[in-house]
Design a binder for this molecule. Structure first.
Ligand code: ZN
Length: 109
């Protein structure tokens, strides 16, 4: 697989590891290495959209994370772990990205 893409995917996984630990915040596309590479091309080539078949992280655990943040923590300045449900949802996103790495690596070879 493309080394640049794998590097971006790994950076994204590291971002979510920090969020799950409570050390990180989610600034959406502004701090996602994959978005930096692919969002200007409407997500074409992004491993998330290639495997899931939807653009913009639709139909992934990220959707549940953002809607929970928007509905439950709208008064907070930052998207991060505020409650136990946040932590569960961030963990699901992290697991999703790790599974994606395995799946993407096997598809590309
Ligand atoms: Zn929460």
């Amino acid at each position: 697989m493309n080394k640049q893409v794998l590097k971006a995917l790994n950076l994204s996984i590291e971002k979510w590891e920090r969020i799950v630990k409570g050390d990180g915040v989610d600034r959406g596309e502004d701090d996602c290495a994959l978005c930096n590479m692919f969002i200007k091309g409407n997500c074409r080539g992004c491993p998330v959209s290639e495997v899931i078949g939807y653009w913009g992280c639709n139909n992934t655990p990220y959707e549940n994370w953002t809607s929970h943040q928007n509905l439950k923590h709208w008064l907070e300045d930052e998207k991060k772990v505020h409650c136990s449900e946040c932590k569960d949802l961030a963990t699901k996103e992290l697991e999703f990205l790790k599974d994606l790495r395995v799946e993407y690596e096997s598809n590309i070879k």
